[in-house]
Design a binder for this molecule. Structure first.
Ligand SMILES: Nc1ncnc2c1ncn2[C@@H]1O[C@H](COP(=O)(O)OP(=O)(O)OP(=O)(O)O)[C@@H](O)[C@H]1O
Ligand SMILES: [Mg+2]
Length: 617
């Protein structure tokens, strides 16, 4: 259907047409013939009536380049007088369909046309989700996570409000809405594992960070800024230490003869008292697992400690990923303005590592999802690294400016639509070169974002904020993230206590020929306890509930006979293992814990398997 003809000033981004049909509507998709590119998809952004005519202001979306299948903007403007037609659905579909694996996030506004965002792009080149509070950021991210979970790509969610664990449950209250969309409610309980502070929430796995750290990490983590003297003191202690951990530093500091040492000792005692740092930290492989969605629930933890956790965790995970110890993964960072604030709007310890991941993560297959209700307060350089942007309703003029200047291809007409976006609709930039308005699909799982927003909204100072887009030309992650996750999943990684001798070594040193070796996995618990003022590691098997001192020689004793000799020196490691027999545990962790508590204080514990080789001659 012909809607009118092009008039006035025409550019490669915008044009106007004289409306001759009563069918023309705001945000309607139109197609216009171009002398070089055949039909080009465009959209009516505004309609204006004067006394004698109606004019439509339009944006150009693009045409599909047959040579590479990509949607591109036009290089020369349309001819004046060209007819403007209502776009056919089949034409729109052809333009916006994806060549690669996509995540189904919703439908094109006003059309029954599904929108998929490019998963490989999102997983490696980052995504930002920006909008004012209560406009549907977390809801949308839940939609995206549901899609990623079905592909088995590991997920990590930094969740300051503890709102994502509701994804375990199906969206029962939204059943009717789901039926309209031909979808079914679904909970993701088997995929979700939640870490955090068990004092705040029951049934949560305690998150433990590595107490081993470099002197730089230690200085970075201290919640006070050090004076020159304090820095010198700390350095003089740390430089002689083989293992930089709190206990060793405290011993070193106490030996010093400076009165200024006490403030430093106090601060380190504070970090120690958080009970976050241990010699047996949560292994990166426990957190980043194919098919698992790990929630780091920071609810109830002070902002200062949240910052320390995010800093250390992200640093250790980035390091593990660079060494390919863990699979590629996607990390969701809620309230990003608190962890990566723009200069002049606060300081955070985690900023540098988040910026590093935003610029380098793409080389290693580490994708970030940056979420914020105050885009103007998030580091511009980090936002500029996000190749896909999802924008929901924003009113604040500073935030609007920060957004529009950091997004390529956004016209003033599109920007004008952002404050008008209804709940449930988003401007999605990155599916094609130009932003599209998408009606977000309903959640299959339960949304938990109804929680009160404890952070409040604004601390903007009304400063000008010109988000300069930094194009960083870096080598991209070439491998298919989804496929690589599947390969990691096949490895069968387990937390194990390895025998002192390998099968090869046993065969080599054996006096008589070895007929057969059977590998047993014995379920066990690895505890760190305080016993008579000392930190002691205990290995307790779940078959007999005894303290094992040497699993290779089957040396063990009762828990009641605990002594300093019970200290088990080998640490559990995450490794891929082939085994013949896996024994069942008969003693649960709760029973062991209550027995242990009679003799010592439990600092930390985790499940593991003892690997035992039974040799037949
Ligand atoms: N696509 C949608 N479909 C239906 N309801 C939605 C949609 N998006 C958001 N909502 C509703 O809006 C409410 C607020 O959404 P959400 O919690 O995602 O906001 P938010 O932007 O994350 O806010 P905050 O900045 O406070 O975290 C939700 O509880 C939900 O009821
Ligand atoms: Mg939210």
């Amino acid at each position: 259907m012909i809607l009118g003809k092009i008039i006035g000033k025409v550019s490669t981004n915008n044009f106007d047409f004289n409306v001759t049909s009563a069918q023309a509507r705001k945000l309607q998709f139109i197609q216009v013939n171009h002398t070089d590119y055949d039909y080009v998809l465009c959209q009516i952004m505004e309609l204006e009536r004067t006394s004698d005519e109606m004019v439509a202001h339009c944006n150009v979306i693009g045409y599909k380049d047959a040579s590479d299948g990509r949607v591109k903007g036009i290089r020369t403007p349309f001819q004046l007088g060209t007819e403007v037609l209502e776009a056919e659905d089949s034409f729109i579909k052809k333009i916006i369909e994806l060549q690669r694996e996509g995540a189904y996030i919703g439908k094109l506004e006003g059309k029954n046309i599904p929108i998929n965002i490019d998963l490989q792009k999102v997983l490696t080149k980052h995504l930002s989700v920006l909008a004012k509070s209560g406009s549907g950021k977390s809801y949308f991210v839940g939609v995206l996570l549901e899609e990623i979970m079905t592909k088995n790509v590991p997920l990590l969610i930094i969740d300051p409000h503890g709102e994502y664990s509701s994804m375990r449950l199906p969206n029962d209250s939204g059943k009717d809405h789901l039926i309209e969309w031909n979808l079914e409610a679904k909970g993701f309980s088997p995929q979700i594992q939640e870490y955090g502070d068990p004092k705040v929430k029951e049934d949560i796995i305690p998150l433990k960070l590595d107490e081993k750290m470099t002197s730089y990490e230690l200085m970075k983590m201290l919640p006070i800024s050090l004076t020159g003297n304090q820095e010198a003191m700390l350095f003089s202690v740390v430089k002689d230490l083989e293992d930089v951990n709190f206990d060793n530093i405290l011993i070193g500091l106490e030996l010093l003869n400076y009165p200024g040492k006490w403030a430093l000792i106090d601060t380190i005692m504070y970090l120690k008292s958080l009970n976050l740092f241990t010699p047996a930290p949560t292994d990166p492989n426990e957190l980043i697992k194919p098919g698992k969605c790990t929630i780091i629930n920071l609810r109830g933890i002070s902002p200062e400690v949240q910052d320390i956790i995010v800093y250390k965790l992200m640093k250790d995970l980035f390091h593990a990923r660079k060494q390919e110890k863990i699979p590629p993964f996607f990390c969701v960072l809620e309230e990003a303005h608190n962890f990566a604030p723009e200069k002049g709007f606060g300081k955070a310890k985690s900023t540098d590592i988040i910026r590093l991941i935003s610029s380098e993560g793409r080389k290693f297959g580490l994708g970030l999802c940056i979420i914020s209700q105050r885009p103007a307060l998030v580091q511009k350089t980090i936002l500029a690294q996000c190749s896909t942007q999802v924008i929901l309703k924003v009113n604040n003029p500073n935030d609007l400016r920060a957004l529009t200047s950091s997004i390529e291809g956004i016209t003033s007409e599109t920007a004008a639509e952002i404050p008008n976006l209804p709940i449930g609709s988003a401007l999605v930039c990155g599916v094609v070169d130009r932003p599209l308005i998408v009606k977000i699909r309903p959640r299959k799982s339960k949304h938990g974002g109804e929680a009160v927003n404890i952070l409040g909204s604004s601390n903007a100072k009304g400063e000008e904020n010109k988000g300069v887009r930094e194009i960083v030309d870096k080598e991209d992650y070439q491998k298919d993230v989804v496929e690589e996750s599947q390969q990691f999943a096949k490895q069968n990684l387990l937390m194990i206590i390895k025998p002192q001798l390998s099968i090869k070594e046993i065969k080599l040193i054996s006096a008589q020929p070895v007929k057969n070796i059977t590998t047993y996995l014995i379920p066990a618990l690895y505890f760190t306890v305080e016993f008579q003022g000392m930190k002691v590691n205990l290995l307790i098997d779940k078959v007999g509930g005894k303290i094992i001192t040497n699993p290779d020689k089957d040396l063990k004793h009762d828990i009641s006979n605990i002594s300093s000799e019970s200290n088990f020196l080998r640490k559990p490691v995450f490794e891929s293992i082939e085994y013949d027999v896996k024994l069942d545990g008969r003693v649960g962790p709760d029973n062991v814990k209550s027995e242990l508590k009679q003799f010592c204080t439990i600092l930390d514990w985790k499940e593991c398997f003892i690997v035992y080789y039974k040799v037949e001659y």
